[in-house]
Design a protein around this ligand. Structure first.
Ligand code: M6R
Length: 614
């Protein structure tokens, strides 16, 4: 969950590192630090608790110098609280060696005991400082060969890690390694980069190399070498970054979240582009892979957080269009409960980052059990697609705000495409209207943004003192109720819960007291008069108990008007498409309410964008 950047080249590295960290700050923001080796071979280091701005201010007051080799880190604390001392880099070999780390070194305690017994004194509570001390010891004992020492050390570490190191005696060299944690290489002209993801270096180069699991990389200004943990050279996989630096900038918006909410029409359009041909969904990445979908008895979609709510919408779509039993499993529960899966199971994983550790482990587990695996991912070069048999990329562009918005819409869109693709491949698809409707989805999202933004923002301003909000939905409205509640919780710190509307009478209705705000996602009566009438009954039940009812309903749905305090309209759409529209006002509501409370909507407390620890 930390952000990592490394640089070697002709340019002073301090500003390059800080700019890279600014783009990676979404990965963790409780402390930050950099180390730089200058032309005289001196290693300088600065690290500060707090957001990157604290470090940046400190460096403006007293720069580290013109050194052209450097590493930088932005942290989400695991071992030890967010203090200056626990921040990275960690130093060893009398301050000549610097190390940064993302992940958890699970065997750090015995390694630390081993070093303490030799007289090593530790300054921090981190597992990372243990790796640094080990590296320092190995470097001294092998006569100063950083690459060999690094290889020896990573072979002793257990757990998940991306580790970067440099030594002042070897300026112009940064070494890195990864195990179950991300690291990509950026290829420049006479300079090279390392980063947790391409955002770290995209303003300098869009040429990148993906590094596989358990591999080590060494970069100098003119060369990149990659080996496995045994030292055997391996080929890294080249790719071009499909978006430019501007895509990861705020570009005049008040927050990244505001920008990303507004980008949803484009994100969804980009996810659909090139995947509808002659009235059929054809996903080019799945050419020749029909075997993934034919002969299966079951689909399991696994994901965490917002991605798991997209998965719930996917369950409805895949069952309806591809006629195969589909379950959704939280990734962290799936792999710990001995699930019944085998080669007749397709396990679909969904991850914006492609690095969520729980989801990655679920994918690996599924593969070990012989299941077929497919991932839906937004990040090129990420680990989860590399560990899957196939990948369908969402093309939402970089998502920086911790609260996922455009990635969610794009994930649902990818699932709709996949459901339609599977239905065709399995020869069971009858709903041709759905394929035709895909094209109009971006325009409908734009219409919700245009028509409801001010209304919902005003509503949120009125409700800025609210202490609890409930969300109800049925059918595909249920996952949207869950997502609406999660958005509100994570950025406005208000108690919020989402329920299946039918579950209300089984307990949650006891929460309703006069004035309790409840959002209700109402499905169109055109799809099912029965489901619609059940939801309208649920509204009457809570209204009778004094709830303040805010309805999200299709334009023209007159049946809800007598029972609603507020109505938010969405355009007419097919049943499976409504979630992508209904979620938009809930995102706006959470964002506006957090803003009204004066909170940082992009970097909410205690969270990080990419959860790369279990
Ligand atoms: O990168 P992923 O899609 O795998 O992330 C999964 C969740 O951690 C993520 O959706 C999280 O719930 C978001 N903060 C929600 O806004």
């Amino acid at each position: 969950m930390c952000g990592i950047v490394g640089y070697v080249g002709p340019r002073p590295s301090q500003d390059i590192l800080i700019a890279g960290l600014a783009r990676l700050e979404y990965r963790g923001y409780d402390s930050a630090g950099i180390a730089v080796i200058d032309g005289d071979g001196n290693l300088g280091m600065r690290k500060k608790a707090g957001k990157l701005a604290v470090l940046r201010d400190s460096l403006e007051d007293a720069p580290l110098g013109q050194g052209t080799t450097g590493i930088g880190h932005t942290r989400w604390a695991t071992h030890g609280g967010p203090t200056d001392l626990n921040a990275h880099p960690h130093l060893a070999d009398d301050g000549k060696l610097a190390v940064i780390h993302n992940g958890i070194i699970e065997n750090f305690a015995p390694l630390r005991d081993e070093l303490v017994a030799e007289g090593v004194e530790f300054l921090s509570e981190t597992d990372t400082e243990v790796a640094a001390a080990l590296l320092g010891r190995e470097y001294r004992s092998n006569g100063g060969d950083l690459q060999a020492a690094f290889q020896a050390v990573v072979n002793r570490l257990e757990g998940a890690f991306t580790l970067l190191a440099m030594h002042q005696d070897t300026p112009g060299l940064v070494v890195g390694a990864r195990r179950n944690s991300p690291l990509v290489i950026g290829l420049g002209e006479g300079e090279n980069f390392l980063g947790s993801d391409v955002a770290a270096f995209v303003e300098h180069t869009r040429k990148a190399l993906a590094i596989g699991q358990d591999q080590i990389v060494a970069i100098t200004p003119d060369a990149v070498t990659v080996t496995d943990f045994a030292g055997t050279p391996v080929e890294a996989e080249p790719f071009d970054v499909s978006w430019d630096a501007a895509a990861a900038e705020k570009g005049g918006w008040a927050s990244f979240m505001a920008k990303e909410v507004a980008e949803q029409p484009e994100a969804v359009a980009n996810t659909i582009r090139g995947r509808v041909q002659d009235g059929e969904v054809v996903i080019p990445e799945l050419d020749g892979l029909d075997d993934l979908f034919v002969g299966i008895n079951r689909v399991i979609i696994t994901a965490c957080g917002t991605a798991s709510y997209a998965a719930l919408v996917g369950k409805y779509a895949i069952e309806q269009w591809a006629r195969v039993a589909t379950d959704v499993e939280l990734a962290h529960e799936f792999r710990y409960r001995d699930p019944v899966i085998g080669d007749d199971t397709l396990v679909i994983s969904i991850s914006q980052s492609g690095e969520t550790m729980d989801t990655l482990m679920a994918v690996k587990y599924a593969r070990e059990r012989g299941a077929r695996t497919l991932s839906i991912c937004n990040t090129q070069g990420a680990t989860i697609p590399r560990e899957s048999d196939a990948v369908v990329y969402t093309h939402a562009g970089p998502e920086v705000a911790v609260a996922s918005t455009k990635a969610f819409s794009a994930q649902i869109t990818a699932l709709l495409l996949l459901g339609l693709h599977m239905g065709r491949v399995r020869s069971v698809l009858t709903d041709t209207a759905a394929v035709a409707e895909l094209a109009s989805l971006p325009e409908k999202i734009a219409s919700v943004l245009e028509k409801e933004n001010d209304h919902v923002t005003q509503l949120a301003n009125w409700m800025a003192d609210t202490r609890s909000v409930l969300f109800l939905g049925r059918h595909v409205g249920y996952p949207i109720a869950l997502e609406g509640a999660l958005k509100l919780k994570e950025i406005s710190y208000i108690h919020a819960e989402g329920f299946a509307a039918g579950e209300l009478k089984h307990g949650p209705i006891a929460l309703i007291e006069p004035g309790q705000p409840v959002f209700v996602i109402v499905p169109s009566p055109r799809h099912s008069a029965l489901i619609h009438s059940k939801v309208v009954s649920n509204i009457q039940e809570i209204r009778a108990r004094g709830a303040r009812v805010i309805v999200v309903a299709e334009e023209g749905d007159a049946a809800v008007l007598p029972f609603a305090d507020e109505v938010i309209h969405i355009p007419l759409a097919g049943a499976m498409f409504e979630p992508v529209l209904a979620v938009v006002p809930l995102q706006i509501f959470a964002m506006a309410l957090a803003t009204a409370k004066g909170l940082d909507v992009d970097q909410p407390r205690n969270l990080a964008k990419s959860v790369t620890v279990e």
